[in-house]
Write a protein that binds this ligand. Structure first.
Ligand SMILES: [Zn+2]
Length: 381
C-alpha cells in the first residue's frame, strides 16, 4: 500500500487574524507531531510538497465575479460589495494573501486527487483542505474556496464515482449543495444538528432532488452525542449506503471539532470514538482522498490527524507523545502528553433522549433514503 501526504510550510505565511478560531499553526503542529512519530518516513509514505491550484480549476465551480472579488481582496483592495460575497470582519475576514491561501489549499486537494486517481497510491491526505462551507459565489464559515467540491469535480471528469463522507461537527452544506441534483456523487454528512449549530442545515429530510434524490444523506446529532451513539449511527447507516452506491473513490472531510472540549461545538466525542470511525472508513473505501476540516482546540487537531494518518498507514502509535515534540508544543499551549487522552468524555453526555432521536433518524434514512441509492448502472450492450 502507498499513501501520499501533502503539506508545505508556506501555509504559515497566512493568518486569519489573532482572534480568529481557525489558527493556521495547527497545520504545522500536526506536521511536527507526525514527523516526531516517524510517520512521514514509513516505506509506504510519499511526502508531497503543496503546489497551488490553477485559476481554471476554481472557475469550474466558483463564479467569475466572486473570484474577482477574492483576487482584489488578496491585493488588499476591498471592493464595495465584498459583504454581499460573505467577506468582511468576522467569520471570513479579508486578510493579506487570502486568495493565494485558497489556491494552496485547493492545490493540495487536487494533488491528493491526482495521487489516488493516477494510481500512485490508495490513500492521500491533505490536512489543510476540507473547506466545505464555501458556496459558488459566497465565502462562508471560514471557507473561501470549496476544495472538496473542486476535487470531486475533477474525479467526476475522470469518470470516477465518488462517495463523500463528512464527519466535521458542522454540516457539509457547500458540498451537499453542489451535488444535490446528481446521482454521480453520494454525499453523507454526520454533524451536530442545525437547530443548535451553524450553518443551520443538514436535516435528515434533505435527501437530494431530481436525479439526485436519495444521494444526499444527513445524520444530525443532538448536542452532547458521544462516541457510543455516534459510532452506532455511523455503523447503521454509512456502510450500507457506501456498499449500495459502489464508489470508485471515497472523499472524506475529517473535521476534528466533534470533541467534547472543542470551543465552538457541542458534540462529545473522544479521540477513541474518532479513531473507531476512521477505521471503518478505511475498510469501506476502495481509494481514499482524505481532507482536513474544522477543529479549534489545537491539541486535539494535531493528535486527531496524527491518529488518522496512523490508521491510514496501519501503524500503531505509542500513547505517550514524543518528548521532542512536546518540548516545543507546550510553548504554544499544547495541553496534554497523551495521544488519545482520557478514553471517555464526561459521563453525563449520553442520555436516553439522544438515543431515541438517533434511532428515529437512522430508521428514516434506512427506510426512505437507502432504497433509492443504486450502484453503477450496467454498461449498455
Ligand atoms: Zn466544523
Amino acid at each position: 500500500m502507498k499513501t501520499g501526504f501533502i503539506y508545505t510550510d508556506a501555509y504559515l505565511d497566512y493568518d486569519y487574524g489573532p482572534t480568529h478560531p481557525l489558527q493556521v499553526t495547527r497545520l504545522k503542529l500536526t506536521y511536527d507531531l507526525l514527523k516526531s512519530y516517524g510517520l512521514l518516513n514509513l516505506p509506504s509514505v510519499q511526502s508531497i510538497s503543496t503546489v497551488k491550484a490553477e485559476e481554471k480549476d476554481l472557475s469550474g465551480f466558483h463564479s467569475e465575479e466572486y473570484l474577482n472579488v477574492l483576487r482584489q481582496a488578496d491585493e488588499g483592495r476591498v471592493s464595495g460589495n465584498a459583504y454581499s460575497y460573505g467577506l468582511g470582519p468576522g467569520d471570513n475576514p479579508i486578510f493579506p494573501g487570502l486568495y493565494n491561501w485558497s489556491l494552496l489549499v485547493t492545490g493540495a486537494t487536487l494533488q491528493a486527487v491526482d495521487f489516488v486517481a493516477e494510481g500512485k497510491g490508495e490513500i492521500a491526505f491533505n490536512i489543510a483542505g476540507g473547506l466545505h462551507h464555501a458556496m459558488r459565489a459566497r465565502a462562508s464559515g471560514f471557507c473561501y474556496i470549496n476544495d472538496p467540491v473542486i476535487g470531486i469535480m475533477r474525479l467526476l471528469r475522470l469518470g470516477k464515482r465518488v462517495a463523500y463522507i463528512d464527519i466535521d461537527a458542522h454540516h457539509g452544506d457547500g458540498v451537499q449543495k453542489a451535488f444535490y441534483e446528481t446521482n454521480r456523487v453520494l454525499t453523507i454528512s454526520l454533524h451536530e444538528t442545525g437547530y443548535t449549530l451553524f450553518p443551520g442545515t443538514g436535516f435528515e429530510h434533505e435527501v437530494g432532488k431530481g436525479e439526485g434524490e436519495g444521494y444526499s444523506v444527513n445524520l444530525p446529532f443532538p448536542p452532547g452525542s458521544d462516541d457510543e451513539v455516534y459510532s452506532w449511527a455511523f455503523e447503521e447507516v454509512v456502510p450500507g449506503l457506501v456498499q449500495a452506491f459502489k464508489p470508485d473513490v471515497v472523499v472524506t472531510q475529517l473535521g476534528v471539532d466533534t470533541f467534547y472540549n472543542d470551543p465552538l461545538t457541542n458534540l462529545h466525542l473522544s479521540l477513541s470514538g474518532y479513531e473507531r470511525v476512521l477505521r471503518r472508513i478505511k475498510d469501506l473505501a476502495p481509494r481514499w482522498v482524505a481532507l482536513g476540516g474544522g477543529g479549534y482546540n489545537i491539541s486535539n487537531v494535531a493528535r486527531a490527524w496524527t491518529l488518522a494518518w496512523a490508521v491510514m498507514n496501519e501503524v500503531e502509535l505509542n500513547e505517550e507523545l514524543p518528548e521532542s515534540f512536546l518540548k516545543e508544543a507546550v510553548k504554544i499551549g499544547f495541553e496534554t502528553g497523551e495521544l488519545k487522552g482520557p478514553l471517555r468524555p464526561p459521563l453525563h453526555s449520553q442520555n436516553e433522549e439522544t438515543r431515541t432521536e438517533m434511532e428515529r433518524v437512522v430508521r428514516y434514512i434506512n427506510e426512505t433514503v437507502l432504497p433509492k441509492v443504486k450502484g453503477k448502472p450496467p454498461n449498455p450492450p
